[in-house]
Design a protein around this ligand. Sequence first.
Ligand SMILES: [Zn+2]
Length: 405
Amino acid sequence: MSTWRRAALAMLIGLCPATAAPAFDALSPSLPTNYSPPDGDTEGGLWMASRQAEEEIAHSPRRIADAALETYLRDILCRLAPEYCSQIRVYVVRTPYFNASMMPNGAMQVWSGLLIRMRDEAQLAAVLGHEIGHFLRRHSLERARDLETKTSLLTLFTLGLGGAVAAGGVAPAVAQGASGGAQLAALGSLFAFSRDHEAQADKYGVQLMAKAGYDPAQAAAVWRNLVDEQNASGEKQDGSSYFFATHPDPASRLETLGGYARELGGQQTIDAGQAHARYFAAVGAHLPGFFADELHLSQPGRSEHLFKQLLDAKFAPGVVNYCLGEVSRKRDGGKLSDAALAYYQAALGYPDAPPEAHRAIGLWKLKAKQLDEARQHFTAYLEQAPQAGDRDMIDYYLGLTEKAP
Ligand SMILES: [Zn+2]
C-alpha cells in the first residue's frame, strides 16, 4: 500500500468517531444537597447577604402577591432540579425589564418584564434552568473568591501607586486618573458572571430542561426573541442595555444553544400546546397590568415588536391588539391614526378586549364626525367600565355626539 493510501486510510479511521452523533458532555452540580455553609467563610458571608436581600424582596411593595404564580414557578424549578427543591424559593417582582436571578442561598426573583417575553412554559424553563445552573455550579462563590483576589490586587496596586506619588513626585492628578481607571475596570468585572459562567449556565440549563421533558430548542428561541426585539428597538448593542452588557455575544450563543438542542432532542414529554396552555393559565390574569407597564416605558420600537410577537403567539389577543393601537397612537404623538383604529377594532373581535378600545374608537369617530358610531362606542365603554375615572369627560363627548350635524 502506498504511503498516501495508508495516510488516507488512517485519516478515514481517525474521522470515523467524529462522524457519529456527538455525545453531550453533561455537567453535574457542585452544590451539595441540603447544604448551608459555615458562617465565618466567604460562602457563609454570601449567604448572609443573600438572606438580607431575600428579606427585602419578600417585603417589597413591588412583590406580586400571587402565591399561585410563585408556586407555579417553583414547581418548574423543582422539575428541573428535583434534588434541590426544598432549597428553592421564588419571588415575582413587578419591574418591566427582562431579568431573573438566583441568589446563592436558593432565593430566586423573576421580573414581570421577563414574564411578558416568554411564549410558553418551555421558554420559561430555559431561563429558569440557566439561573439554576448558576446556583448548582456555585458561580457566586467562584465570583466572590475571584473578587477577593482582585480586591487585594487592587489594594496593592493603589498602595503601590500612592507610594510612587510620594517618592517620585508624580503629578497627583495623573496618579488619581490611573488608579481611578483601574478601579473602574476592576469594579466592572465584579458585578457580572464571567462569560465562562454564562456559557456553563446555558449548557446546564438546556441539559436540565431537556431532562425534564421540555423542548430544548426553546432555549435558543428565547435569545432569538430578545435579539430581534433589541434590533427592532433601534438601540445599539453597546452595553447600554443591561442584558447585552452582562451576557455573551448573542449570535454565537444562539448557535451553541441550537447545537445542544440537536444533541439533547428526543426526550420531550411536554408538547408545545401544553407548554403554551400551562404558561398562559399561570400568568394570563397579570398580563393587562404588565402590558400597561411596558406601554409606560414609551419605547415604541421595542413594544411594537413585542406585542406583534405576542399576537402571533395568540396571547390575550384582545388586550394585545389594544396595546398595539396604543403604541401606534403614542408613536404619532397622541394622534389617532387609521393604523391605530384598525388595532382597536381588531381588539373588539376578542372576548378579552379592554373597554378602553371602545373609548379610543369613540374618539376617532367623534373626530371624523361619525356621531352615531361615536355614541355607540362611548356608551359601550361606560357600560363595560362603570367606575371609569374619566366618566365626566366621556359624558361631555356623548353630549357632543347629540348635536345636529
Ligand atoms: Zn447568567
